[in-house]
Design a protein around this ligand. Structure first.
Ligand code: MRU
Length: 353
């Protein structure tokens, strides 16, 4: 993993996990070295790495870091396993909404329970291999999502997206932006409208960076502009990612997604969610059960480290909202496209795995 591309979210070298620091984009491409799982937690909490699949992958590598850190102290594997259980709980608590975090940690946990009685060194190597597998599979799944989604993108279409569900939010290629990438790779002429995505500007900083890097024609707009674009007939379809999809298809994604879905319904524009199966949480029967992360008021009161609102104003800053399944024309997954998602169809999708 030595050849770095600006869109490479992370790499592992010499028992260190390097995370592309997305807070510095688009101006600087710098990697944050994580030497233990606490460094990974800090990178997730401070949004150096973000995006549902990306934080899941980072958490899996965090478990590998924890095992390497504790090998010498825990020659006894019972102690190492206890340390790993603690680390898993700490990583899980770093962000609450994206289920990919729990999903990836469960994969590591499953590997641990299937591999009993191993020397500590082998546990560390095994966890690292499992983390690398999760990473690789994510990229493969995204390519399939792109292929499946591209079939829904007409030649000459204008696609609107929100936040960043691209290469940077995943192991690579992206989900929603993967659909745009695949359409372009198939020779379609398309145009992408990117919502800037207040307050942290994942659209302006990250999706715009990705589209320019890939030379995909794109235009940046303010979040407020989306409805006006739709009214003018300038949007043919909307494709966004998801952080957690409940068993009935209700989907949590970046705050502002629900408003887009309502606008899409009013203007009769197809609204799609592109996400891997690792984002679907069958344990939840509806979106009402999804925990929505609330972030610091400073993210709204400040702009580029400058205070722009009165000091004492009260602020509400939910990072995500939930779009009801009824507003979603289809879920685009690596296992196929699910039109009008509901509980029965989502259970059937998992039965295919
Ligand atoms: O707060 P963020 O930047 O982690 O939010 C990211 C999103 O909402 C993405 O759309 C979602 O995680 C899907 S990424 C493939």
């Amino acid at each position: 993993m030595n050849k770095l591309k600006p869109l490479q979210t992370f790499y592992w070298k010499d028992e260190t996990f390097h995370i592309l620091d997305q807070r510095l984009l688009p101006h600087q491409v710098e990697y944050l070295p994580c030497r233990n799982h606490r460094d990974v937690i800090s990178a997730i909490c401070k949004m150096a790495v973000r995006g549902a699949p990306a934080i899941g992958i980072a958490a899996a590598f965090g478990m590998a870091l924890c095992s390497y850190e504790n090998i010498s102290e825990c020659s006894n594997q019972t102690r190492l396993r206890a340390r790993l259980a603690e680390a898993s709980q700490e990583l899980l608590a770093s962000r609450p909404t994206a289920v990919n975090l729990a999903w990836a940690l469960e994969r590591i946990d499953k590997w641990l329970s299937q591999n009993e009685n191993l020397p500590s060194q082998d546990i560390a190597a095994g966890i690292l291999q499992e983390a690398e597998k999760i990473f690789r599979e994510d990229v493969e799944n995204n390519r399939m999502i792109g292929k499946n989604g591209s079939a829904l993108v007409p030649e000459g279409a204008s696609l609107l997206t929100h936040c960043n569900a691209g290469s940077l939010a995943t192991g690579g290629y992206g989900t929603a932006l993967g659909v745009a990438r695949a359409a372009v790779q198939e020779g379609k002429n398309i145009h992408v409208y990117i919502d800037e995505t207040r307050p942290l500007l994942q659209g302006a900083r990250l999706s715009a960076f990705e589209m320019l890097y890939e030379k995909i024609p794109a235009t940046l707009i303010t979040d407020n502009c989306a409805g006006y674009l739709m009214k003018q007939g300038l949007v043919d379809l909307i494709v966004v990612g998801a952080d957690r999809i409940a068993g009935n298809g209700d989907s949590a994604n970046k705050i502002g997604t629900y408003a887009l879905a309502v606008l899409a319904a009013y203007h009769n524009i197809p609204f799609y969610i592109a996400a891997p199966l690792s984002t679907i949480d069958l344990a939840l029967s509806s979106g009402d059960e999804i925990i929505i992360e609330e972030r610091s008021p400073e993210e709204i009161k400040c702009f580029e480290n400058r205070v722009v609102a009165p000091e004492n104003i009260s602020v509400y800053n939910p990072a995500f909202d939930v779009t009801p399944a009824g507003l979603i024309k289809a879920l685009i997954t690596e296992k196929g496209v699910v039109y009008n998602p509901d509980q029965e169809k989502l259970y059937k999708l998992f039965a295919k795995v």
